[in-house]
Design a protein around this ligand. Structure first.
Ligand code: PHE
Length: 345
């Protein structure tokens, strides 16, 4: 019987050790330690033993049962721990996995150019000013030395709301509006905004586009101040090697008036397709504020002077980014827009 007991012990220990999960362990426990198991059978069979051997045998069986129970308990703890580990591994988040990309919108290329120019002029002490897109004929034309019937109006035909109200053709009316508001004080402003003209849309024309106006008014403002300012602008926007050239031009609200060209940033002046083989690229119009414009806004042209300039962000963006059709800016095609990622931020 002792032999039987030892054999049974070894067998059950082996089975317990071989279990791989709690379920298997439970099966072994029921089979060997349960009421119908062999150990219970052995205890039951003790009645057949001689009376003097019973206590010894009983103690032995109980010892084996306790030992087996202990081994079972240890195995149970191990398997439970293992199960928790497996569960944790299954639920673990792999922080090294690359994330799903979130689509981030970028500033529109025109907004970008406008903000870049604003930042530059703000750094030189300019304020940003704005004016209405639906404008009075007075501010769009008359206050800028373009009385009714002036031939230069023809170059800027637009959409009229009424005889006196129109969609502004340029940002220059903000010049007159700001001078009125400043009541004789000196100031420096930059004003970006939408403008409108009765143009047929093509690769270089649009019935709606943007402009940025600049205006400086104060005592002793000279042509050389304008030239120095435009030189800084050209170098910051198109590269430190840029040179500027001022050509005589005409605008009714400036006298003298100029067109500013920059030396070609592609060929450096040798001549290429970007500068149409001239070595120069036309960028903006500018000039000294006409005395009539100053006096209509309440400034004394004998005491103060000023310079003004106006440019088209579309043209600047087209040159800077090599865009060949102005319409790309307005059609909201993400294949175009997504190419303008802000890498510098
Ligand atoms: N307003 C002019 C235009 O739209 C540009 C300009 C602005 C010229 C300021 C001179 C001074 O063509």
């Amino acid at each position: 019987m002792i032999e039987q007991l030892t054999q049974l012990k070894e067998e059950v220990i082996e089975k317990i050790t071989a279990t791989e999960n709690i379920k298997q362990l439970n099966e072994v426990r029921v089979a060997y330690l349960g009421k119908k198991g062999p150990i219970t059978d052995l205890l039951k069979g003790m009645g057949k033993l001689p009376v003097e051997e019973r206590p010894k045998m009983g103690a032995l069986v109980n010892e084996v049962r306790a030992e087996v129970q202990h081994i079972h308990d240890v195995r149970k703890a191990t398997l439970e721990e293992q199960a928790i580990q497996e569960q944790l591994e299954k639920e673990a988040i792999d922080v090294t996995l690359p994330g799903r990309p979130v689509k981030v919108a970028n500033a529109h290329p025109l907004t970008r150019v406008i903000e870049e120019i604003e930042d530059l002029f703000i750094s030189m002490g300019y304020e940003v000013a704005e004016g209405p897109e639906v404008e009075k004929d007075y501010y769009n034309f008359e206050a800028l030395n373009l009385p009714k019937g002036h031939p230069a109006r023809d170059m800027q035909d637009t959409f009229y709301i009424s005889e006196e109200i129109l969609m502004r053709t340029h940002t220059s009316p903000v010049q007159a509006r700001t001078m009125e508001k400043k009541q004789g004080a000196s100031f420096k402003i930059i004003c970006p905004g939408k403008v409108f003209r009765r143009d047929n849309d093509d690769a270089t024309h649009s019935h709606q586009f943007t402009q940025i106006e600049g205006l400086v008014v104060g005592e002793n403002i000279r042509m050389s101040d304008l030239k120095g300012t435009l030189d800084i602008f050209a170098k910051k926007m198109f590269g430190e090697d840029r040179e500027i050239r001022l050509r005589p031009s005409f605008f009714p609200f400036t006298e003298p008036s100029v067109e500013m060209d920059i030396s070609c940033f592609k060929c450096g002046g040798e001549g290429c397709n970007v500068c149409k083989h001239t070595g120069w690229i036309e960028i903006l119009g500018a000039g000294m504020v006409h005395p009539n414009v100053l006096s209509m806004a309440g400034y004394d042209p004998k005491k103060v002077s000023g310079f003004a300039f106006g440019m088209g962000p579309e043209r600047i963006a087209m040159l800077k980014y090599g865009v060949d059709d102005i319409r790309h800016f307005y059609t909201n095609d993400v294949r175009f827009l997504s190419q303008f990622h802000r890498t510098e931020e």
